[in-house]
Design a protein. Structure first.
Length: 94
C-alpha cells in the first residue's frame, strides 16, 4: 500500500487561540500522533510566519507524551513547507 504524503492542505487551520493574527493547524495521523503547526501573528512571538514557515510540535495522542523532533527538542522552528512534508512522513512511519 502506498504511503500517504501529508501537506499543509491536510491541516485544519484556524485562528490561533491566544496570539492575534496567527494561525494554528492540527492533524491526527493514523498512528495516533497529533501534529500542531503555528505561525504568524503579532510581534513575532511564534517561530514562523504562518505562510511559508511554521513552528511544529508533535505528541502521542494516546499518552500526551511529546515527540522529540530533533536536537533533543519537541519543537522545531521556522520549518518551511518542503521540510514539513519530510517531518510528516517521518512521523507517520513511527
Amino acid at each position: 500500500m502506498k504511503q500517504k504524503v501529508y501537506t499543509l492542505k491536510d491541516f485544519d487551520f484556524k485562528p490561533h487561540g491566544v496570539i492575534g493574527g496567527a494561525v494554528q493547524g492540527m492533524i491526527k495521523l493514523p498512528n495516533n500522533i497529533t501534529v500542531s503547526i503555528v505561525g504568524g501573528g503579532e510581534m513575532g512571538r511564534l517561530y514562523g510566519d504562518g505562510k511559508d514557515t511554521f513552528e511544529i510540535a508533535a505528541w502521542s495522542t494516546d499518552t500526551g507524551d511529546w515527540i522529540d523532533l530533533g536536537d533533543d527538542d519537541a519543537i522545531l522552528r521556522y520549518v518551511d513547507k518542503d521540510k514539513l512534508q519530510i517531518i510528516l512522513l517521518d512521523l507517520s512511519r513511527k
